[in-house]
Design a protein around this ligand. Structure first.
Ligand code: CP
Ligand code: NVA
Length: 294
């Protein structure tokens, strides 16, 4: 089984991963061992930089008794010295799972097609399901479930798209506010509708955050979009999460944050921001996922 996006899990499997994550989080807090993956190895392919994904997967494997290998863009032949499908087949002869952060979503699909071990998406240009697991765990801890309203303000790309699907699977009430032209893909909205409910999508951030319990944002210039920086900064004018936009909502951000662009420093440093809980929960959520998958 692969985890290329959050809806590769059934609703029951998603619930099981979140339950397992909470259990492993509690075990770690109580100092109880949880060596569920002794002798197992995870290959971690990174075409893009990472702080949270890299460190949470690597330490997560260690805490579970297993081992992770960091394979950066200059370490392996993926995509340049050999085709993706060859990397998938060779790695499958050594390791028990492959986590990959790549640009093109088609590359994780090709890895999954040719690998004989589970493939986990650690971020593509289209999806970030590991982030969604941590986000759902964070919301569940804060609200005791999913009976709350979250407004996304910003780019409707990878993090937003996986979050929309996760929200549909858990009956979270989501509204999405993006500049025109930066809405989530129609395919995502169709999949969300099939899973539960598609979010309302608007181009009006002030109206969208009114009445929300949580406001969630992400960078305006994603990794790989540096050439579009000027155009994107101008398109996203008016979509900054700042004190003028907010009242008493909690604030989520997948991080890294670009202070002064999509979010202000004072909001990020305020008690409304729950971003460090989100970041911590990457560890627990992915341990839950790895324990279920491997
Ligand atoms: N949120 C997230 O994936 O962070 P990194 O880019 O640091 O891994
Ligand atoms: N949208 C961001 C998310 C980083 C975790 C990016 O793709 O760079």
């Amino acid at each position: 089984m692969n985890f290329l996006d959050i809806d590769d899990l059934t609703k029951a499997e998603l619930d099981a991963v979140l339950e397992r994550a909470s259990d492993l989080k509690a075990r770690r807090a109580e100092g109880k061992d949880h060596l569920l993956l002794e002798g197992k190895s995870l290959a971690m392919i990174f075409e893009k930089p990472s702080t949270r994904t890299r460190v949470s997967f690597e330490t997560g494997m260690t805490q579970l008794g297993g081992h992770a290998l960091f394979l950066g863009p200059d370490d392996i032949h993926l995509g340049h010295g050999e085709p993706v499908k060859d990397t998938a087949r060779a790695l499958s002869r050594y390791v028990d799972g492959i986590m990959a952060r790549v640009f093109d979503h088609a590359d994780v699909e090709e890895l999954a097609e040719y690998a004989t071990v589970p493939v986990v998406n650690g971020l593509t240009d289209d999806a970030h399901p590991c982030q969604t697991l941590a986000d759902l765990l964070t919301i569940r801890e804060r609200f005791g479930g999913f009976d709350c309203a979250v407004t996304w303000v910003g780019d409707g790309n990878n993090v937003c798209q996986s979050f929309i699907l996760g929200a549909a699977m858990t009956n979270l009430d989501v509204t999405v506010a993006t500049p025109a032209g930066y809405e989530p893909d129609d395919d995502i909205l169709d999949r969300a509708a099939a899973l539960g409910e598609a979010p309302e999508v608007t181009n009006d951030p002030a109206a969208a955050v009114d009445g929300a319990d949580v406001v969630y944002t992400d960078v305006w210039v994603s990794m790989g979009q540096e050439a579009e920086r000027h155009q994107k900064l101008s398109a996203f004018d008016g979509f900054q999460v700042n004190q003028d936009l907010l009242s008493d909502q909690l604030v989520m951000h997948c991080l890294p944050a670009h202070r002064g662009e999509e979010i202000t420093d004072d909001v990020l440093e305020s008690d409304q921001a729950i971003v460090w809980d989100q970041a911590e929960n990457r560890l627990h959520a992915q341990k839950g996922l790895l324990a279920e998958l491997l």
